[in-house]
Design a protein around this ligand. Structure first.
Ligand SMILES: Cc1cc2nc3c(=O)[nH]c(=O)nc-3n(C[C@H](O)[C@H](O)[C@H](O)COP(=O)(O)O)c2cc1C
Length: 167
């Protein structure tokens, strides 16, 4: 299996989500994309941004068997960085349909971190519904509470290994 992690956080490369994702990345030997390091603009109805970095990332997605989105919870939802990327998936059903069709049969899941004990209700919906839209398989994501009162690096490491081995 070839894994691709697509990560978006204001902590770009150094934050709590990155700490959690590192275990997964190493255990799976996954390819890794931090969307903050790419030129990606908001979805544009006129597609004037069609030559930015989205196309290259989409090509990496179709080369993977499993795509793992990684995000902190910001205001009860995925990070703005990742949401910009999600909106651009619309390119795959408009100007880049052949590429979009190649997502069929791949697996999609997510890793999220947040301060609260539990993920907010409905957090998983964009991930699950996006997988359904592209005829991909969906595996329930994993959530890690990073509140220092409960965060235990060893347990989190074990949880991520268990998650990685559940695919
Ligand atoms: C702008 C912002 C909004 C946040 N909103 C939430 C939230 O709605 N629910 C939650 O559990 N944690 C929230 N948090 C806490 C982060 O999700 C948590 O600290 C996360 O592990 C940070 O990961 P990062 O270092 O990759 O940004 C928020 C943090 C920030 C900076």
């Amino acid at each position: 299996m070839k894994y691709l992690i697509i990560y978006g956080s204001s902590g770009s490369g150094t934050g709590k989500t990155m700490d959690v994702v590192n275990t997964l990345k190493e255990h799976l030997g996954a390819d890794f994309i931090d969307v903050s390091n790419y030129k990606l603009s908001f979805f544009d109805y006129t597609h004037s941004n069609k030559d930015d970095d989205f196309h290259g990332i989409a090509q990496q997605m179709v080369c993977a068997d499993c795509i793992i989105f990684a995000t902190p919870v910001y205001w009860y939802a995925m990070s703005a960085q990742l949401k910009v990327f999600f909106d651009r998936l619309s390119d795959l059903i408009t100007i880049r349909k052949p590429l979009g069709r190649q997502l069929e049969g791949k697996m999609l899941t997510f890793v999220a971190t947040g301060h609260d004990e539990l993920l907010p209700e409905g957090f998983h919906v964009p991930f699950k519904r996006t997988a359904e839209y592209f005829n991909m398989g969906y595996t329930e994501g994993v959530y890690v509470c990073t509140n220092s009162k409960v965060f235990d690096p060893i347990r989190v490491h074990e949880k991520m290994i268990q998650f990685a081995e559940s695919f």
